[in-house]
Every structure is written in structure tokens, then in C-alpha cells.
Design a protein around this ligand. Structure first.
Ligand code: MN3
Length: 205
């Protein structure tokens, strides 16, 4: 049973160069994200009663997932959901200042875009080992920044991510080696604010 499938990237592997190189994108998408999908299918395949659940449903209800596959769903379901969002909110000919309602929400929460980037960079640098930095929807349309370890997702706390940055070494090591801050700085050039706005509006329902 292969219930979950690896989504295609909405752009070619080389589309984010020079900020993220094609080889990194290809390995990241096919091997890493592909691996999460495959292992998620193996886990969920052991429990036919879970068939038809979306990955978001599984993660929001992680405490109700059968114990023998809970860790596998947390890691690989998280990996699947996180990367599916990550590919969507990047793109070629992107970057610049945040636009739309999400841009307003960011300025309202953090001041100007520079202050927001500084806080994001500090969270990315401070995340020891592997993890993510997130912008999530808060109360009343506000946005908040959080970070998480491994493939843990804000969905497990009932929160909805609108923007996420992968700070696992596999996301940047070929091009940036140990220079995570350089990767984080360059990453803003590939953030597609139109796509982030879509996530924000969809999260608000
Ligand atoms: Mn990754």
C-alpha cells in the first residue's frame, strides 16, 4: 500500500540557483523527502484502520497514533508534511519584502523585515543539530516564530505553519558546508511570498 506519494517540485531542480544548487535540491527531494514518504507508507501500512487519513490529520492526532508506529509517523510523517510545505514556499524570481496580509502580520509582530530576518537567523543558528524554524499562525491572524527539533512540526501542537526553513545539514551542506548562517541569509532570495500568503490565508480558513 503506497498511500502517500512524493509531490513533484513546482519548479526544476536548478531553479533556485545560485542560492540552492541543483544537486542539493535533487538529493533533498528524491532521497530525503522520498525516504520519508516511503517509511511513512511502511508504518501506516501496518495499521489499515488509518487508511485515508491525511498526513496532517495523523500529525495533529499524533498521541492517538498506535504506539508501535508513533515515532515513525512523527519522524517520517513530519518529514513528509514539512518538506511538502518547504518546496511550495520557495521558487525562482522570488525574494524581496513580504507582501500581502502575511507581510502586514510580519511587520505587526516583528517590526520591519530586517528585524524579522534577524530573529529568524538567531533561531536558525541556535537550533543545535537538525530542525526547522517556523512562522506559524497565532490568534487573531497574528504570526509567531517557533523552532523545532528533527522533523517535529507545529501541527503536533495544533498550530499551523505558514513558512518553514529546513536547517538540517542535508539542506545546505554541499554548497555551504558548515556555514548555516550563509545558507539562511541566502534563503530569503528564494522565498516566494505569494505562496506564503496562500498558506497564511488557507491557515486562517
Ligand atoms: Mn530536509
Amino acid at each position: 500500500m503506497a498511500e502517500f506519494t512524493l509531490p513533484d517540485l513546482p519548479y526544476p531542480y536548478n531553479a533556485l540557483e545560485p542560492y540552492i544548487d541543483a544537486r542539493t535540491m535533487e538529493i533533498h527531494h528524491q532521497k530525503h523527502h522520498g525516504g520519508y514518504v516511503s517509511k511513512l507508507n511502511d508504518a501506516v501500512g501496518k495499521h489499515p484502520e488509518l487508511q485515508g487519513r491525511s498526513v496532517e490529520e495523523l500529525l495533529r492526532g499524533i498521541d492517538q497514533v498506535p504506539e508501535d508506529i508513533r515515532t515513525a509517523v512523527r519522524n517520517n510523517g513530519g518529514g513528509h508534511a514539512n518538506h511538502s510545505l518547504f518546496w511550495q514556499i520557495m521558487g525562482p524570481d522570488a525574494g524581496g519584502d513580504p507582501t500581502g496580509d502575511v507581510g502586514e502580520a510580519i511587520r505587526s509582530a516583528f517590526g520591519d523585515f530586517g528585524s524579522f530576518r534577524d530573529k529568524f537567523a538567531a533561531a536558525a543558528a541556535g537550533r543545535f543539530g537538525s530542525g526547522w524554524v517556523w512562522l506559524i499562525l497565532g490568534d487573531g491572524g497574528k504570526v509567531e516564530m517557533v523552532d523545532s527539533a528533527n522533523q517535529d512540526t507545529p501541527l503536533m501542537q495544533g498550530r499551523v505553519p505558514v513558512l518553514g526553513l529546513d536547517v538540517w545539514e542535508h539542506a545546505y551542506y554541499l554548497n555551504y558546508q558548515n556555514r548555516r548562517p550563509d545558507y539562511v541569509k541566502a534563503w530569503w532570495n528564494v522565498v516566494n511570498w505569494g505562496a506564503v500568503e496562500k498558506q497564511y490565508q488557507s491557515a486562517r480558513g
